[in-house]
Design a protein around this ligand. Structure first.
Ligand code: NDP
Length: 602
């Protein structure tokens, strides 16, 4: 733990804050979020699924199910599992629909070499007790998580009625039948009593806004569509196809730092095209201690998740079960506040000491670069100058080490990014570098618009489109149900609360939805609606959430966390609970009360 004394040197912090601002300012672009290309039109190849083994051929469906779950990533899987756990046992009652060829969502698409989850597997991988599964390591690999997703689907019989390689094109309420009609790009017409949408948050890849991208004649792909046909090998590396290839990786975010060490082992040369360095803390992965795992008492996973969540939400807890880079900063602040009540009672003092703790942490991370990277010039370029939460914190024990290899070159663009792409080369900072392959580790669109997120329209009562209803302001109760859209449930980050352990949030929402659906079934209700009053009350609660994060992100270097530095664009109604513990408790208390307050059954 990086501890902080009260006599901290605030002058040093003031100087560093100035440096952070300079680094931010040179990265602010007038085109903000618009700088990126979507993988469509001339770039549509970048979105093609390279993992399809067999094209599914089937006739269009014309049938009815109890619940259609759109999206078969962790959100959809947890919706299915929660419905089963709550008693919806009939195998054909649930139909998962996904454009991918299998379940897994993020873990279906992101099969880049070295992919792993940077959140501890014992809390990230859900339902471990139900499936009696022991993750092999503290931080699980992407391939283990993907096959675990398949295990969940098998365990809960979610494959039985699933439709893959199928895109939903419209979800429309039929008042007469009191059913949803789900249409797909395969001509399916599926009637459903309930619809549960888990469309994902970071799933639409984006390409860098670089001149000449379309002119590149070498091989190019996005990390979430890794082309193993070209590179050879698999997620563990061994990419023999790259033996005599010069590969340029665009981006140095959480994805890039995981795949670069693997590329370095296989390619003739790797150019790392950096616009902003990531902060890279230690990983310390280790195999699971089987004795420790066997000793865990019933309910251990929930307890561990709650422990993580409470620490990250700022509670002071004596025992930190996870004890990693994620909990370090929060623990530090809560310990300081517990031991210094005068600071804890003054919000400006809390902010001041939070910044000091952050400064210490980031200094420690910058010092680590010097310890690991032998070339001091390269080391300097790899240092992150922004506050810890400005960008996704990264954890890795081989990334920085890659820069000590002769076949890895860091091309730092001083915050400007790649200048130009030519037929067989990239231009960075005025210099041309011939390359055979371009790997775009440039991340994903974060668009709160529901239609953009989902890729289809939801049409409720009186032909009301959800995108129209939410254009002015998102409105819901608990973030999962919205009026005029009966029997329709949404798993998302809007008007809810998301923790770093995203599967925890997904499972809390999934359980909540399953509770409402099963209650509706027990009471033989044909329509489940939320009252306008309940929706309005929830909206007021959301708008009243403290605005700390918005102020914080305004100070940050651009990235998707702060809409690439675009200020004041946040619709207050799209916000989430500031405190995840509180959100989960609110849902839980509501269920325990047992009156389904705000919901009407017809
Ligand atoms: P990010 O959005 O985090 O990173 C994109 C990278 O591309 C940034 O380094 C960005 O630079 C760079 N970039 C964009 N445009 C240009 C350009 N024109 N020239 C040069 N560089 C450019 O995407 P990731 O895929 O890395 O991560 C996305 C999210 O996925 C993470 O934040 C995390 O939530 C999740 N993830 C989770 C993992 C886990 O272990 N749980 C692992 C991997 C990803 P700049 O910073 O300057 O914008």
């Amino acid at each position: 733990m990086t501890t902080l004394n009260r006599d901290f040197d605030f002058d040093a912090l003031n100087i560093m804050r100035e440096k952070y601002h300079q680094e931010r300012d040179k990265r602010i672009r007038s085109d903000g979020n618009k700088q990126y290309h979507e993988p469509k039109g001339q770039f549509s190849n970048y979105a093609k699924d390279p993992f399809i083994q067999t094209e599914i051929k089937r006739d269009a469906l014309n049938d009815e199910v109890e619940v259609v779950v759109v999206g078969a990533g962790f959100g959809g899987l947890l919706a299915g599992a929660s419905l089963r756990e709550a008693g919806l046992e009939q195998k054909k009652a649930i139909r998962l629909i996904d454009q991918a060829s299998d379940v897994g969502g993020t873990w279906y698409w992101n099969r880049f070499p070295g992919a792993m989850c940077d959140v501890e597997s014992y809390i990230y991988m859900p339902l471990l007790e139900q499936l009696n599964y022991m993750p092999t390591e503290k931080y699980a690999s992407g391939s283990e998580i993907f096959s675990y997703c398949q295990k969940i689907a098998e365990h809960y019989h979610l494959y039985d009625n699933a439709c893959f390689q199928t895109e939903v094109t419209e979800v429309r309420w039929n008042q007469e039948l009191q059913r949803w009609r789900v249409s797909t790009d395969r001509g399916d017409t599926i009637m459903a009593r309930f619809v549960c949408m888990s469309n994902g948050i970071l799933h639409r890849p984006k390409l860098p806004g670089v001149k000449g991208l379309e002119n590149f004649e070498g091989h190019a792909f996005h990390t979430c569509r890794w082309d193993y046909q070209y590179t050879g090998g698999d997620m563990s590396g061994n990419m023999t196809g790259l033996e005599n290839k010069r590969v340029a990786v665009v981006g140095t975010g959480a994805t890039a730092i995981q795949c670069i060490p693997k590329l370095a082992e296989s390619a003739e040369h790797v150019y790392v095209l950096q616009r902003t360095p990531s902060s890279i803390d230690v990983r310390n992965n280790c195999p699971t201690d089987t004795d420790w795992f066997a000793q865990q008492a019933a309910g251990w996973q929930q307890e561990r998740r709650d422990n993580f969540n409470r620490i990250l939400s700022g509670e002071h807890i004596d025992s930190d079960m996870i004890n990693d880079g994620w909990t370090d900063i929060s623990k530090n602040l809560s310990a300081l506040l517990t031991n210094n009540t005068d600071i804890a009672s003054a919000p400006d003092q809390i902010a001041k000491y939070a910044e000091a703790i952050d400064f210490n942490k980031m200094s420690q991370i910058r010092n680590r670069v010097d310890e690991v990277v032998s070339n001091s010039e390269t080391a300097d370029k790899l240092k992150a100058y922004y506050r810890a939460g400005c960008k996704r914190p990264c954890f890795h024990d081989e990334y920085l080490q890659s820069f000590n290899r002769d076949n890895v070159t860091l091309l730092d663009s001083q915050g400007k990014g790649v200048e130009n792409v030519l037929a067989n080369s990239v231009v960075v900072d005025g210099q041309e570098y011939p390359v055979d392959c371009l790997v775009f580790a440039t991340g994903f669109e974060l668009n709160p618009a529901i239609k953009k997120k989902a890729g289809y329209e939801v049409i409720g009562k009186n032909d009301l489109k959800l995108s129209d209803k939410w254009e002015q302001q998102t409105s819901s109760m608990h973030g999962v149900i919205t009026s005029e859209f009966p029997n329709c449930f949404i798993i998302s980050n809007l008007q809810s609360a998301f923790t770093v352990c995203i599967t925890h949030s997904l499972e809390e929402q999934a359980r909540h939805i399953a509770y409402i659906i099963l209650n509706a079934k027990t009471q033989d209700a044909t329509e489940v609606n939320v009252s306008k009053e309940a929706e309005q009350k929830w909206g007021e609660l959301i708008v009243a959430q403290p605005n700390i994060t918005e102020e914080f992100y305004n100070e940050c270097t651009p990235g998707y966390y702060n809409r690439e530095g675009e200020k004041n664009k946040l619709n207050l109604h799209n916000r989430s609970f500031a405190n995840t513990v509180e959100y989960f408790k609110t849902l839980n208390d509501w269920r325990e009360e047992g009156t389904l307050k705000g919901i009407t059954f017809d």
